[in-house]
Each structure stands twice: as C-alpha cells, then as structure tokens.
Design a protein around this ligand. Structure first.
Ligand code: FES
Length: 172
C-alpha cells in the first residue's frame, strides 16, 4: 500500500488526535500541580480566619488581637463615644466616610491596627480625637478610625469581618 492511504486517513488522524489530547491533558496537570505548590499551604489557610470572643471586651475598652500577622483593633464603644463619633461626620476630613458606614454595628469598631502612613501601630485611647494616635509621625485617628490630623492619607482599614451569634466576631 502507498503511504498515506486515503482510506485510512480518518482513522490515523483519530489516533493521532487522541494521543495528543492525552498528552496535552497530562502536561496541563503537571504544570498546574507545580504552580499550586507555590500557593498557600493548608496550615496558612487554617490561620486565615479567626473567631474572637467579644464578651472579653467590656464597654469602653479596646482589645488588640493578631490576625494574619497584623494587629486588629476591636473597640467596644460607649454610647458617648458613638454620639461623639457620629456628631463628627460633617467635620472636614481627608478621607470622609460616615460613622454608620464604617461601624454598621455602632457599639463595635473593628480596624486594622496599621497606620496608613508608613505602617506603624497606632496607640489606643490617645490623640486629639479620642481614638488612636500613631507615634511614628503623629497621625491622629478618631473613634471611627478616620484620619483627622497628621500625614496619613487614608482612614484605618476595615478588615473583612462579621458578627456571629453568641457574641463572636469572625475575622477573614
Ligand atoms: S506611620 Fe503612622 S504617622 Fe507615619
């Protein structure tokens, strides 16, 4: 028979095509496996979210916890503090944002404890606005975590969180 017998062409291409398909699938799996070894491992993912018991934070107190390697400020605000924070909503600010938006559950303020200037950790209950004060270059944050004075360009970041039943807070 001649090479490339036209009557066998479809069969030959079917075999060739199938082989190439299997080869491509195998290569894809090998590459993906190699790439996935570079993404986060199970022990890291397990630390990704954190449950915090809020009953340990009495009214008027702040707590600092560590989450994903960063401090998170949790403040149980008093009624006075909530009023003070909301009254300030109209004050001129660099990064205006109403208190009701940043603290939908007004009793609780939850912020990343990382100054938006150069990343220092602000001090609780300090500064001119009763909130947090960053000692590195003097940024004053109010009780809503908004930047009021100093070099920081933005308000304190709000980490992803939700309130669970039984006075618990889930971070992440
Ligand atoms: S790092 Fe906070 S003011 Fe500069």
């Amino acid at each position: 028979r001649l090479r490339g017998d036209p009557t066998k062409r479809a069969y030959t291409y079917l075999i060739l095509g199938t082989t190439k398909f299997i080869a491509a699938s195998t290569i894809r799996v090998l590459i993906l496996n190699a790439v996935y070894t570079m993404s986060a491992a199970a022990d890291v993912l397990a630390m990704g979210s954190l449950e915090v018991d809020l009953s340990n934070v009495p009214v008027g107190q702040s707590a600092t916890i560590k989450w994903r390697g960063k401090p998170v400020f949790i403040r149980h605000r008093t009624q006075d503090e909530i009023e003070y924070a909301r009254k300030d909503d109209d004050a001129p600010m660099r990064d205006p944002s109403p208190d009701a938006l940043r603290c939908p559950d007004p009793e609780w303020a939850v912020f990343l404890g990382v100054c938006t200037h150069l990343g220092c950790v602000p001090i609780a209950n300090a500064g001119d606005y009763k909130g947090w004060f960053c000692p590195c270059h003097g940024s004053h944050y109010d009780l809503t975590g908004r930047i009021r004075k100093g070099p920081a360009p933005l308000n304190l970041e709000i980490p992803p969180h939700q309130f669970l039943e039984g006075n618990k807070l889930l971070l992440g």
